[in-house]
Design a protein around this ligand. Sequence first.
Ligand SMILES: *Cc1c(COP(=O)(O)O)cnc(C)c1O
Length: 389
Amino acid sequence: MHVFDFNEQLHDLELRGLKRHRSVLEGPQSTHITIDNHEYLSFCSNDYLGLANDPELVEAVCEGAKQYGVGAGASHLVNGHNIAHHELEETLAQFTGFPNALLFSTGYMANIGVVTALVGRSDAIFADKLNHASLNDAAILSRAQLIRYPHLDLAVLEHRLANSRAKRKLIITDAVFSMDGDIAPVEALTYLSEKYRAMLVLDDAHGFGVLGSKGRGLLFATEIAKQHSSNIIYMATLGKAAGVFGAFVAASNEVIETLIQSARSYIYTTATPPLLSHALKKSLKLIAQGDWRRKKLMRHIQLLKEKLQTLPWPLLPSSTPIQPVIVGDVREVVRVSQALKARDILVPAIRPPTVPTGTTRLRISLSAGHQEADILRLAEELHKLAEAG
Ligand SMILES: *Cc1c(COP(=O)(O)O)cnc(C)c1O
């Protein structure tokens, strides 16, 4: 007997159809994965460019291990900062057009570090309601006043900025929203941040490598790129399109130095293995030379949208590899996801509390690693299941 009622809580999740289970992958991440000795066509990963199992990156990891060993052995500020980390930071700053960049172990830790280092008790955070959980957690941890605005509603945001007496103001937003796939209006957000003397944190976890010229991310998909406002703090992850692991923040020298001095999720943790940074330098090259991958991915997105237009379930308006199909009812979405699995296709059902009640969805994520036939097969099976429902 536990002193707390964990079992009751878990049982309750089960009854409400909200209990989550982990599948065990018996091989590399890919568009075709093996689970329980059985092969599936998968639309579940964030490996948008198909780099997670790229032979050149596997080779680079081995080379990095030979050169730098396995573990960093210490935190960045206590002798764990390796030349591989340092060179990767310089390359990332150049690539994204910012004066400076700083590596973090994960995107979750980057968001926690940035927000808590830049604002505190007498400050205010303005956050889109559909932001990623890591930004929400960061805001709470910072102890700043948290002011959330309805998804993409810049009129409400402006009103709240105008009425705030906070000492420092920080706008935080996903650049590409992770459950909806839509894109934040960066130019308008930059304008507002300048007008109200706020800083703007852009979380481009799903845009980096995919959007913009050479895959440099959302800022390079807009005019903003040419004259990065010094108000912008750009965060992107390296475990999604980049295919490896980690995250970075790119910003002004002043902001990066502030993070080095005071971001606790940067300071109080072991540096990532330098071999990963070594491989990531290679990954950045593959991203920059990867127009053919991005073109293939965009063709898949177009094709899927075209083929799913006549489904009874609406697609959200997304032009990114995240394509949500809104089914609405929790049991129905579980039925469809399980029926797809029985046909050897994996598409995750995303349920509350990850998304708002009533917007339960299939979250299809596409990759340059898919073939056209994979997209057609998914579309065909979805149509059959919609008719059977
Ligand atoms: C995945 C993700 C993160 C977290 O990044 P990790 O490197 O996986 O910790 C942060 N923000 C957004 C929007 C994400 O999608």
